[in-house]
Design a protein around this ligand. Structure first.
Ligand SMILES: Cc1cc2nc3c(=O)[nH]c(=O)nc-3n(C[C@H](O)[C@H](O)[C@H](O)COP(=O)(O)OP(=O)(O)OC[C@H]3O[C@@H](n4cnc5c(N)ncnc54)[C@H](O)[C@@H]3O)c2cc1C
Length: 397
């Protein structure tokens, strides 16, 4: 495997780094998820600049107005954009919309594409994804309480979802619901529905206070009630009983996007730490960088980031060339190991900054809070470790 970046990608990487410094870092005025709305005018200007340069939606195919990058190339782009909490949003490749677009591109009807996919691809609307429930374990997604009952040409959905990221202000949701709760094959009990959020019976109960902050708009995580929520049968994506398979399909490349974004976060934390270490004087003429403890931390951070990147690139390569089945073990390995790397790097970065590391003046505290979730969303550490361990030991039996 050769991970040398093509000359074009190397150039693009540097252009992205400059673009972020010039047009995105200045918008990082505050890291308070409740004030995202205040940033929107500046974010829209930055998005217009991205479109002008032809960099819009790098992961989307060209026919949807994207750049049509391969998974491996987008991995590098995702890392660059991850250096800012706003990077992916500005380029319209933010979760959860990016995975929703990939799914709709393959499975939506022509009408759904025109009504939902096109405006999503243009950045005119947002979406959310509802699988996890308060009363059932997200770690076992074949077991859930939300039910979709067939009624003539419609389905009627009832149940409760939570942790629906970006639900506040979303135009539509993808909702997993059981269509055959007693079915013998547990993986075929649920189906996936496209439900507009203005459908009667779709109700945002509250924005969840995650790590002390109930975000709004895109940085929200909401609890949703579905109360006799009626949708036409044509809202079902990819046919009866395909919910679980679609959710898995959605998560595979999504884990490459997330883990490379985390590496971008780690790189920015590393940069900030090195800048701080050489700048902060402990006594006249002596800086933090002169302390061997700090030197060791910086070396550990570098080794952590470099090895995580190699493992993620290798996984992206295997996914792209061998398919999701062959790469399943690799995907599990990067999910928990990159999340752990991110936690270690952010913790050291906060420590190097001292009190400043805890202030929302820098993105570090925001990431330290927010990315604790990296060990939980898209499959918890324990679920991925167990799955990886099972696969490894199977070959030894
Ligand atoms: C920031 C954030 C954003 C999210 N966004 C979305 C979203 O947009 N849409 C959506 O549907 N969901 C979303 N989620 C939900 C997420 O997918 C679930 O939280 C996750 O799957 C875990 O499910 P749970 O919270 O129900 O925990 P549970 O399943 O109740 O698990 C609780 C604990 O038990 C442990 N555990 C579970 N199984 C095992 C096992 N076999 N062995 C050992 N330990 C085990 C887990 O590791 C976990 O720590 C989000 C979560 C977060 C934190």
């Amino acid at each position: 495997m050769d991970f040398t970046l093509s000359p074009q990608l190397q150039e693009f990487q540097l252009q992205l780094r400059d673009f972020l410094r010039e047009h995105v870092y200045p918008i990082e005025k505050h890291f308070d998820e409740t004030r995202f709305r205040e940033l929107l005018p500046d974010l829209e200007k930055a998005r217009a600049r991205v479109k002008e340069r032809g960099w819009w939606a790098p992961a989307l195919p060209k026919e949807l107005g994207g750049m049509g990058l391969s998974l491996l190339d987008f991995a590098t782009v995702s890392e660059e954009l991850g250096r800012s909490p706003l990077g992916h949003y500005v380029f319209n490749c933010q979760a959860p919309d990016i995975s929703t677009m990939e799914l709709l591109h393959v499975h939506a009807t022509a009408e759904q594409k025109e009504r939902y996919l096109q405006p999503l691809a243009q950045g005119e609307i947002r979406s959310c994804f509802g699988m996890t429930e308060p009363d059932y374990p997200g770690s076992n997604p074949v077991w859930m309480g939300t039910v979709a009952r067939r009624d003539g040409d419609d389905y009627v959905l009832n149940g409760r979802k939570w942790f629906c990221s970006s639900a506040d202000g979303a135009t539509f949701s993808l909702v997993m619901a059981q269509t055959d709760p007693e079915g013998a094959d547990v993986h075929k009990r649920a189906s996936l529905f496209l439900v507009p959020t203005d459908t009667p019976g779709w109700r945002l109960v509250r924005n969840l206070p995650v790590m002390g902050l109930a975000g709004q708009d895109w940085p929200s995580h909401a609890e949703i009630a579905l109360e006799d929520c009626r949708v036409p049968a044509t809202s079902m994506l990819a046919g009866l009983g395909q919910g679980f398979a679609l959710a898995q399909q959605r998560l595979g490349p999504g884990r490459i996007h997330h883990t490379m974004r985390w590496i971008g976060i780690a790189e920015r934390a590393f940069e900030l730490s090195c800048q701080r270490a050489v700048f902060r004087q402990l006594s006249p003429g002596k800086t933090l960088a002169d302390e061997s403890t700090v030197q060791h931390w910086v070396a550990d951070m570098r080794a952590d980031i470099e090895s995580a990147r190699l493992l993620v690139m290798r996984t992206a390569w295997r996914l792209e060339h061998l398919g999701s089945k062959e790469a399943a073990l690799d995907v599990s390995l990067i999910k928990f190991s990159t999340a752990a790397m991110l936690g270690r790097v952010l913790d050291r970065a906060v420590q190097i900054h001292g009190g400043l590391g805890l202030l929302d003046d820098l993105p570090l505290a925001f990431w330290y809070r927010h990315e604790r979730g990296a060990r939980i969303y898209d499959g918890t550490d324990e679920v991925h470790r167990a799955s990886a361990g099972r696969r490894i030991l199977k070959s030894w039996k």
